[in-house]
Ligand binder design. Structure first.
Ligand code: OXK
Ligand code: ADP
Ligand code: MG
Length: 571
């Protein structure tokens, strides 16, 4: 049988699959594992903890997986999630696919049923061909059949997750392997740490010159940062690039704070104008996908546009529109090469002034809405209150999900430091809230505030028990408008509208029931007070903010994607 190993002579010190896996993960610098335990991986959790490491135990694997992926994004090390077989694996797979889509390094490790039964489809406990099901949803899917291969498998998983474009890796471990023994000495020899698992990739000098020439000739250049730039952790180089060139910049949502939203060159509040009027756009770790209207159409205006694109993935270039100057390499190397080539260059001051003026005008226009009370709280004044409190805590991580709760918070809440915003990402996925909050608290050791729509929260709501159990400094704010998009949709006869939830749900009491603090607020003042107290307490808290059911708009800012024919809804 393929997974049997050599017979070990009597008296030789032994190790087993469980221990080798842990040795390999520890050697590779993993300290936190996120997961949900059961047959056949239960001992992974116990043994990991007994070794003095942290195991964050969740209520659903999907949330554990999101946590692992966010840990990967925040730390530039693969986040590890452990699940049981078939259903547990499938729950975790959603998060692995999401990690891969978002370019977050993550390793999903699942126990699996015995190969000989799975392969003949003879009906094992939680039988599933996990190895092949995972394959299209991640960068690589590996199965380990022999204990002496655990070392090489972990090394390959780490290198694959981190190198080039980061992403997810699946490691399949058949149940029997965990308890298969081998000589401890041979086992030790089978483990190693990869040298330089995320190698720098330098751009060709000719490509750098091509990009620099384009930028030098631009009248209205723009730098657009994506979460790849935040992930790259070369924050000081990026700030220097912006300040030396005097080019205005705007962040994609998770790149907010890579350079402070209050920086004088930040054009986030002039977004439409800069996308439309710019002539040369330097994309730094941002894809021209749906979030950027695929680089074309009215979002980008009539002015002819040339793109410089910095990305580690060569096949990303020209994905949607022609890229005039591709710069393929890692962001740190590319940005520094460009800086050297652009020495002495300054973008036209009148362009930066025009952008600053427009941004200042937009901010001034928004300001009164953020501070004006209304009979029932709305997104603007509640988020205005949150923004003002968070100004005093620039190093909290903001987690954000929902539709209106997402779009409005992205617009209203300034970010000041890199990698302090985690949101629904490339897929616009709901349910990342609690997993992300746990990971951010665990990995940064600092407070976290999660602003969630009431619908979005529901996807991972039970994890407030996880937040409370680990006593994490997490404040969850639920923007409760009683429904998806809005809470005032009329219901058909004898039915409840499919877009509504029970408006009397007491989310605050849910938190109380799991041992945290629950607060219900109806005014911006109450919200400010509760949020400030919660952050200061460092204790698990849920603030239920009652929002006007009529406050939201259909699909938030992406209503254009929600296509309905002229025929309309049949009554
Ligand atoms: C930005 N703006 C500001 C400020 N910041 N005004 C004043 N003050 C400040 N500080 C302005 C900015 O200039 C824009 O106005 C506007 O606010 C919106 O900005 P922004 O950055 O949010 O831009 P926009 O157009 O919404 O960006 C497009 C987008 C974004 C696709 C990148 O919408 C996005 O990230 N969406 C993710 C949506 C998502 O994933 N939803 C989950 C799906 S919910 P103008 O005037 O300059 O344009 C779901 O599942 O189904 O519905 C479902
Ligand atoms: P956003 O959603 O913020 O626009 P995307 O996820 O679309 O960001 O894009 C991130 C891009 O960054 C991906 O194309 C990815 O290949 C790239 N990337 C990630 N890490 C690096 C890195 N270290 N160097 C270069 N490019 C990177
Ligand atoms: Mg809602």
């Amino acid at each position: 049988m393929s997974n049997e190993t050599a017979v070990v002579p009597e008296g030789v010190e032994l190790t087993d699959g469980f221990n080798l896996l842990m040795d390999a993960l520890e050697m590779n610098g993993i300290t936190n594992i996120y997961g949900l335990l059961g047959i056949p991986v239960t001992e992974v959790g116990r043994m990991w903890q007994a070794r003095g490491n942290k195991f964050y135990s969740f209520r659903n694997e999907q949330n554990a997986g999101y946590a692992a992926s966010v840990a990967g994004y925040l730390t530039k090390k693969p986040g590890v999630c452990v699940t049981v077989s078939a259903p547990g694996f499938l729950n975790g797979l959603t998060a692995l696919a999401n990690a891969t889509t978002n370019c977050f390094p993550m390793i999903l490790i699942s126990g699996s049923s015995e190969r000989e039964i799975v392969d003949l489809q003879q009906g094992d406990y939680e039988e599933m061909d996990q190895l092949n099901i995972a394959r299209p949803h991640c960068k690589a899917s590996f199965r380990i059949n022999r204990p002496e291969d655990i070392g090489v498998a972990v090394v390959r998983a780490v290198r694959t997750a981190l190198s080039g474009r980061p992403g997810g890796v699946y490691l399949d471990i058949p149940a029997r392997l965990f308890s298969t023994v081998m000589s401890a000495e041979e086992g030790k020899k089978s483990l190693w740490v990869p040298v330089d698992p995320a190698p720098a990739q330098l751009p060709a000098p000719s490509a750098v010159k091509r990009a620099a020439d384009l930028i030098k000739n631009a009248k209205k250049p723009l730098i657009l940062f994506g979460k790849g730039a935040a992930y790259a952790q070369c924050d000081a180089d990026i700030l220097s690039f912006v300040e030396e060139t005097g080019i205005p910049f705007t962040p994609m949502s998770m790149a907010k704070g890579l350079i402070s939203d209050t920086h004088p060159q930040c054009g986030a509040a002039a977004r439409s104008m800069i996308l439309q009027e710019s002539d040369v756009v330097v994309l730094v770790g941002a894809r021209l996908n749906w979030l950027l209207a695929h680089g074309k159409g009215k979002t980008w205006g009539a002015a002819p546009k040339k793109f410089v694109q910095i990305d580690i993935q060569a096949s990303e270039i020209d994905s949607n529109v022609p890229i005039a100057a591709p710069l393929v390499g890692d962001i740190e190397s590319c940005v520094n090469a460009l800086r050297a080539e652009l020495k002495g260059f300054k973008a036209p001051a009148e362009w930066l002034n025009a952008v600053s003026e427009k941004a200042a005008a937009s901010r001034a226009k928004l300001a009164p809405k953020l501070s004006t009370a209304t009979p029932v709280m709305n997104y603007h004044n509640s988020l205005g209150a949150i923004r003002d409190v968070l100004k005093n805590y620039p190093d909290i991580t903001l987690v954000n999900e929902g539709a209106n709760a997402l779009d409005n918070a992205r617009m209203v809440i300034d970010q000041y430091l890199p990698r302090k915003r985690v949101d629904t990402g490339t897929w616009g996925v709901m349910g990342i809230g609690m997993g992300s909050a746990v990971a951010a608290a665990a990995e940064t050791g600092k407070p976290v505030v999660a602003v969630c729509g009431d619908s979005a929260f529901g996807f991972s709501g039970m994890e407030i028990e996880t937040v409370a159990r680990y006593d994490l400094p997490v404040t969850v704010i639920i923007m409760n408008n009683g429904g998806i998009y809005r809470g005032d949709e009329p219901s058909p006869d004898h039915q409840i509208s499919c877009m509504l939830f029970n408006p009397n749900t007491r989310y605050d009491l849910l938190m109380e029931s799991v041992g945290g603090t629950g607060v219900r607020v109806t005014t911006p003042e109450e919200l400010s007070k509760a949020l400030d107290a919660s952050i200061k307490s460092g204790k698990p808290t849920l603030i239920e903010a009652i929002i006007d059911p009529a406050a939201g708009v259909e699909s938030g800012r992406i209503g254009n994607l929600n296509i309905v024919s002229k025929v309309g809804t049949k009554k």
